[in-house]
Design a protein around this ligand. Structure first.
Ligand code: SAH
Length: 390
């Protein structure tokens, strides 16, 4: 396994018992990687040799997206942090080992500002108060920071002075957005955004492409390992500028856009409308003209491509945890691309889908796990399959 010998271990997190986020807290990083390696190997062994997992040299403070829920403790003090496991009780957090440091500091600075600005925190039980959550997103490459204040109403008293105070302490904050969430819901963000300062979004660079990140946009939370993962996926795709590539379950178009400069044409397909809008904006922003995005179910899209007897040389696929479906996989077999690169966040559904593809004309060539979510049980795996030549 790479890099873990150099890893410096921090003391176990003091919130370990109460906070429900990190199931591998207290497990040395080297051991975490071994556990993940074992898990992937157990499930995927029938299909081929599993390469050593690619871990992080420094597995701490890797998350570029930091979220805190606000409330009060029993004594009435304002607290901010995360919910206790399986509960709506808030654990006050002063330092989280996996969240970006400066983003965490900004959240705690906001906690300190509330009293002097007379901003009341929201009370879930009776619906009184204003501030529900704060979300901070930082572009690790661009160093642009977005602060999203989630309020129960669209009106923030002294909003200009509040933004001024924030920016005075943290001049790196490039945009502040007020998000209105007036519903009784466990969703963090409501639909309406009001920009209080800046453009309302930040940008960040990943594998040489620039991506726009709005409050609601999906963007991988560990950008460093995302570059490792996508780098592996693109390498496995073996592109030579001649290929027609499908990027299925493409989200905001990241993998497809990174592949575009090495391919003839890329077709992205994604169910979520907002993500497709972001994908189109991102392609324009980067001057990429050989990529097109379609909104819809990836399975149905592939079935219609297969029915029209269209051609694809490489299929890149990155489905959600539930994996792909038979409509999609059977159409892959019909389209008969030379290579399929499967990026998976769930080795169990990956194993199920590999069974189908290997029983229908494909052979697994490479299996590479990547650790994207240190201290959690999740493991990403990228698999290269090639068509068995008849
Ligand atoms: N490849 C992207 C996103 C992967 S997450 C990235 O790396 O950033 C999986 C994506 O699949 C999500 O964006 C989700 O909206 C999308 N999705 C879920 N079900 C889908 C379906 N049936 N058809 C198409 N896309 C789907």
């Amino acid at each position: 396994m790479n890099t873990q010998n150099k890893t410096v271990e921090m003391e176990a997190c003091p919130y370990k018992k109460k906070c429900g986020s990190c199931s591998y807290q207290g497990v040395p990083y080297k051991e975490q990687l071994q556990k993940k390696q074992k898990q992937v190997a157990k499930l995927l062994k029938p299909y081929g040799q599993v390469r050593p997992i690619l871990g992080m040299e420094n597995p701490y403070y890797y998350r570029n997206k930091v979220h805190a829920v606000f409330g009060r403790d029993r004594k009435g003090n304002i607290i901010s942090g995360t919910y206790q496991a399986n509960s709506h009780k808030i654990v006050n957090i002063d330092d989280c080992q996996i969240e970006d440091k400066i983003s965490g500091e900004i959240i705690r600075y906001i906690r300190g500002l509330l009293k002097s600005f007379k901003i009341r925190v929201y009370d879930e039980d009776n619906g009184s108060g204003l501030l529900r959550h704060v979300l901070v997103r930082r572009g690790f490459t661009s160093d642009q920071i977005m602060v999203v204040l989630v309020l129960a109403s669209p009106i923030l008293p002294s909003k200009n002075n509040f933004v001024k105070a924030l920016r005075k302490q943290y001049p790196q904050i490039s945009t502040v957005v007020l998000n209105v969430n007036d519903r009784h819901t466990s969703m963090v963000l409501g639909e309406r955004n009001i920009v209080l300062y800046g453009k309302g979004y930040i940008e960040d660079t990943l594998c040489g492409c620039v991506f726009r990140i709005s409050p609601q946009s999906f963007y991988q939370v560990n950008p460093k390992q995302t570059e490792v993962l996508y780098g592996e996926a693109i390498r496995m795709a073996g592109l030579t500028k001649k290929e027609r590539v499908i990027d299925a379950y493409c989200g905001i178009g990241t993998i497809g856009m990174i592949a575009a400069s090495s391919a003839k044409e890329v077709i992205g397909v994604e169910l979520n409308e907002a993500a497709v809008r972001d994908a189109r904006t991102n392609a324009k922003r980067n001057g990429i003209n050989n990529i097109h995005f379609y909104q819809g179910d990836a399975g149905k899209f592939m079935v219609s491509m297969a029915e029209r007897q269209e051609k694809a040389d490489v299929v890149l696929m990155d489905p959600p945890r539930a994996g792909s479906d038979e409509a999609f996989l059977s159409s892959v077999v019909k389209l008969s691309p030379d290579r399929v690169v499967y990026v998976s966040c769930n080795p169990e559904t990956l194993a199920r889908d590999l069974k189908y593809l290997t029983e229908n004309g494909y052979r697994v060539k490479e299996i590479q796990p990547v650790d994207m979510f240190c201290f959690s049980e999740h493991v990403e795996t990228v698999v290269l399959m090639s068509k068995i030549q008849k």
